[in-house]
Ligand binder design. Structure first.
Ligand SMILES: [Zn+2]
Ligand SMILES: [Zn+2]
Length: 194
């Protein structure tokens, strides 16, 4: 959704704008859903340019990277932008992403792109439903925040011995047939069957 500011009406003194939009952040697959975002923007006019300062905040539905649970999180940040009414002068839009030229005949700018970039920068590397999320057991798939792990219980059962012992037995069982002769060759060669 666009977030537009009518610049031509800001002439002599600074003016504040409050914008709201539902915004989707690109490239995040199912990790982040559509969030409700607010932008508090102050526009200061100065000659043939406008200085735009925006504080952005949004609440988004997240999916936990560890356990897959849904939870709600907040992203916030700010950015500034210089909008030129005319090309030329000391600022060049090609030098900086923070400088943009208002095309002639256009009265408003859409800051949606800057808002999305600011929110993306605020996104943590890992989205966790809580700091100590225990995630899913890679063995039995149990959500360890909610239920105990089933495979861990078997390992702890005295009938199975220690995990180390079980692992050793499995390795021995796997190695034996490959190392020895094929079963029919064993039958043919056994003296007690001859
Ligand atoms: Zn989690
Ligand atoms: Zn498990």
């Amino acid at each position: 959704m666009p977030m537009k500011i009518h610049l031509l009406q800001v002439k002599d003194s600074s003016r504040d704008f409050h914008l709201e939009a539902d915004i989707e952040l690109p490239g995040l697959a199912d990790r982040v859903g559509t969030g409700h975002v607010t932008a508090d923007v102050r526009v200061n006019p100065s000659g043939e340019r406008w200085y735009v300062n925006a504080a952005v905040e949004g609440s988004f539905p997240f999916t936990c990277d560890r356990c897959g649970a849904s939870f709600s999180g907040r992203l916030a940040g700010d950015f500034m932008l210089v909008v030129l009414a005319k090309a030329g002068g000391d600022l060049d839009p090609e030098d900086s992403e923070e400088v943009v030229l208002l095309p002639s005949g256009v009265q408003e700018i859409d800051i949606g792109e800057q808002v999305r970039e600011t929110l993306l920068l605020a996104l943590p590397m890992r989205l966790l439903c809580r700091e100590d999320c225990r995630g899913l057991c890679p063995g039995c798939g149990a959500n360890l925040n909610e239920e105990p792990c089933v495979c861990h219980r078997e390992d702890a059962d005295p009938r199975w011995g220690s995990l180390q012992e079980l692992k050793r037995k499995l390795e021995t069982a796997e190695a034996a047939p490959a190392a020895g002769p094929k079963p029919n060759e064993v039958d043919d060669g056994r003296p007690e069957e001859a």
